[in-house]
Design a protein around this ligand. Sequence first.
Ligand SMILES: NC(=O)C1=CN([C@@H]2O[C@H](COP(=O)(O)OP(=O)(O)OC[C@H]3O[C@@H](n4cnc5c(N)ncnc54)[C@H](OP(=O)(O)O)[C@@H]3O)[C@@H](O)[C@H]2O)[C@@H](O)CC1
Ligand SMILES: Nc1ncnc2c1ncn2[C@@H]1O[C@H](COP(=O)(O)OP(=O)(O)O)[C@@H](O)[C@H]1O
Ligand SMILES: [K+]
Length: 481
Amino acid sequence: MSRYPTVAQIRAAEAATGLLANGVLMGRAAHGLASAILNHLRDTGGVYGRRAGLVVGSGDNGGDALYAGALLARRGVAVSAVLLDPAKAHPGGLAALRRTGGRVVVEFGELDVLVDGIVGIGGSGPLRPAAAAVLGAARALSPSATVVAVDLPSGVDADTGVVNEPAVRADLTVTFGLPRRAHVLAAPQCGRLVVVDIGLDPGAGRDAVLQSLSDAQVGAAWPVPGPFDDKYRQGVVGIVAGSAVYPGAALLCTGAAIAATSGMTRYAGPAAAAVVDHHPEVVAVGEPEEAGRVQAWIVGPGFGTDVDARARLRTVLAADVPVLVDADGITLLAQNPDLLAPRSAPTLLTPHAGEFARLTGAEVGADRVEAVRACAADLGATVLLKGRATLIAGPDDPDTVLVNEAGSSWAATAGSGDALSGIVGALLATGLPPALAAAMGARAHSVAAHIAAGRPGAPIGASALVAAISDAIRVLRASGA
Ligand SMILES: NC(=O)C1=CN([C@@H]2O[C@H](COP(=O)(O)OP(=O)(O)OC[C@H]3O[C@@H](n4cnc5c(N)ncnc54)[C@H](OP(=O)(O)O)[C@@H]3O)[C@@H](O)[C@H]2O)[C@@H](O)CC1
Ligand SMILES: Nc1ncnc2c1ncn2[C@@H]1O[C@H](COP(=O)(O)OP(=O)(O)O)[C@@H](O)[C@H]1O
Ligand SMILES: [K+]
């Protein structure tokens, strides 16, 4: 489990050490930052004589960069620094840099490493023009320089992960004590993340709302058949998806559910013939009323928004079992929110940003974490908000929002959401709590996309993603073993 505290929580954890005022924490931060840069230089041709440029802002983020620059200079790196506001540059850091032979310059020469010490957790908004100009010139002169962000790429909001352009895009981000929310919400902007130990209390970050499961946790919790299990005991999932004209969503959703767990998969809807044709293990009927018992329903992918779809949604939501509502089901639910009121079994909604806006009547906005938490509380349902960073909140636990950073964007392809519904719905049918089922499913979905794309990666369709689900589960189960 990783936890991602807010800036306020980080500041409190730092203050609790009692080591802020005497500069001990900054010393540790600078040491870790310098080590990460030295490691990178060693891996790419050596340390001595390499060229590092520091872009130094007016706060402690700049102080970290200056002290680290001093350590690099001591190891023979040619260090130069551009001070964005010379009067406010960290005095101790600046003196240390000068003592070790680092130079203050007005513009950089060619660089191997460009260090972004502009702002960290004290920053807000995009890069100011002066900072953007210095970075732009450095990037133009040294396009292959490695960009190392101190704490956060400047211009990225620490709590929401919003990238306020112009912002730094880092190859490597070195942070201190605990990862920030932005490191998972805007992971592609951060590049590789190194978290330096600065001696925070071991309990620091426990109160963080935003959390992610490790692959090992997902693998360990994945339901697999036991010696006394049969097809029914592992959970039967029922799927109402697709249409006679558009059977694709039904096939993808059903295929994903079959691969996710060993329990039985039922299908109810107008694509029954096509489903059985492609997936002979499925018991398929025309309407949900005709299906036998299920432990969870999936309803909505590609099933349209006509009167028949509406009637099917009503039938499924009237059942006293967990229901996952996706896609067209969400659009219909947005028009008839009263359908949720009588439910006592859990409901899980899996909107993308557009469906989320339909459901809540407002755009997701900058603070996605708060948006998903408020939506879950308002609707009394678990909500999974899709994206590169998928967020999951339940209705009864305002102190937990789960996040899955996909690690790649190969899943951004048509029909991939239908596959996600299938995986999560099958997990729901095994009896897992909805938020856990959603987070595990999202993780397996991301890993499947990554496996299907291969290395160095090639575009995939959702069918390839579905075909890789078994491998993804193997990878997850092996990761904790
Ligand atoms: N606390 C600790 O124990 C430890 C802290 N550590 C480090 O300190 C960092 C936090 O330092 P911090 O609080 O001084 O804030 P910081 O991020 O440097 O920036 C603040 C100043 O920048 C300015 N500014 C704002 N927005 C801007 C923009 N868009 N573009 C340009 N400038 C902008 C604004 O100043 P202004 O120019 O408006 O006067 C503001 O006051 C933290 O991220 C970590 O690196 C580590 O050493 C570990 C121990
Ligand atoms: N840029 C991205 N990077 C990684 N995963 C993504 C990205 N965009 C979308 N996804 C994932 O792909 C799936 C897309 O679902 P959805 O939008 O419902 O597609 P569809 O309706 O075509 O099935 C979701 O699981 C979502 O989290
Ligand atoms: K920074």
